[in-house]
Design a binder for this molecule. Structure first.
Ligand SMILES: [Zn+2]
Length: 71
């Protein structure tokens, strides 16, 4: 999706919303910190993917949030 192509409908109509800039679009890590999100939205079919904006926050998320084990 970040390559500009929708994985659901193959359209090249993906738009970026840097939602991390808006106060309510974050994943809590601790009481005092959170990870902001970017949304990639296909304006043809409406599919949305979200990514943590700052990849340096992924280690903190891994340390604080439970891992979902396969199966
Ligand atoms: Zn699409």
């Amino acid at each position: 999706m970040r390559n500009g192509i929708c994985p659901k409908c193959a359209s090249e109509t993906v738009h970026l919303v840097e939602a991390y800039r808006l106060a309510d679009h974050n994943i809590p890590i601790t009481t005092w910190s959170s990870a902001g999100l970017d949304y990639y939205i296909c304006v043809t079919c409406g599919f949305v993917e979200s990514y943590v904006h700052d990849s340096t926050e992924l280690a903190a998320l891994a340390a604080k949030r439970p891992r979902v084990m396969p199966g």
